[in-house]
Design a protein around this ligand. Structure first.
Ligand code: URA
Length: 238
């Protein structure tokens, strides 16, 4: 059980500095159970707490775990240079909370992007030791051949990589569409593997992480949602 004053709660949820949050409470911007709370003396149990601020309902969350259906032309970097950052697609409270992408997708890659402010979760989820399968669908410039599928499964040698990299699973979906499952997340890995195998990636989408699929989430491009405990468990290999 953790009991905190409302200004501390607001600060922890990304609404600003302690001083600013105290001001929000004193100005009557925050209510709990339908009652405006103007005092920061009272403490609230954080677990299961719901509050209303700026006419919006919020649930207290000790950590945030979300998934974004990333559109093209957004960068995963915290200091984007050529395109807006993915954080601009989320409520600004998440920026204050230091929510970060779990790994990176290229600016032109679309699909599933996990984001969190839980450092150990980010670290564990991105670690190659964990063997979390990530599923990609790549549109190819040249038709997908059986030889391409076999090369990717067998492993291709990439510049700067000591050993060949292989897909853990790979299948042709359409004439110019291939599904590639990887357990690593090397720089431009899918694009470089396709190039090394003699084809070219024209478009790339991440469609699943672990057992959690983009389709099951029903998110339009640019939309995001919180992950439930059950969905979080699906990210881990069985
Ligand atoms: N592989 C790539 O080449 N790009 C991505 O964004 C993800 C995997």
């Amino acid at each position: 059980m953790t009991k905190l004053s409302l200004d501390k709660i607001l600060q922890s949820q990304g609404f600003g500095t302690r001083k600013y949050c105290r001001g929000l409470v004193e100005d009557g911007e925050v209510s709990v159970n339908g009652e405006i709370i103007r005092s920061t003396k009272h403490s609230f149990e954080t677990e299961g707490l719901q509050f209303r601020i700026f006419d919006e309902d919020w649930d207290y969350r000790a950590q945030v775990y979300i998934v974004l259906n990333k559109p093209a032309n957004f960068e995963c970097s915290r200091k984007p240079s050529h395109h807006p950052g993915v954080l601009t697609l989320l409520p600004e409270q998440f920026n204050w909370r230091d929510v970060q992408p779990v790994g990176r997708l290229d600016h032109d890659t679309t699909g599933m992007l996990l984001m969190s402010d839980d450092g150990p979760f980010i670290h564990a989820q991105s670690s190659p030791k964990r063997h979390v399968p990530k599923v990609y669908q790549a549109t190819t410039a040249e038709p997908v051949t059986q030889e391409l599928v076999e090369l990717l499964l067998h492993g291709v040698k990439l510049h700067d990589e000591p050993a060949p990299l292989a897909a853990v699973h790979c299948q042709k979906l359409q004439e110019n569409l291939i599904e590639i499952v990887l357990e690593q997340g090397k720089y431009h890995q899918v694009k470089r593997m396709l190039a090394a195998a003699g084809n070219h990636c024209a478009a790339l989408q991440r469609t699943a992480i672990g057992k959690l699929t983009l389709e099951s989430l029903g998110l339009e491009e640019g939309e995001w949602c919180y992950l439930s405990e059950q969905q979080l468990a699906m990210l881990v290999p069985a």
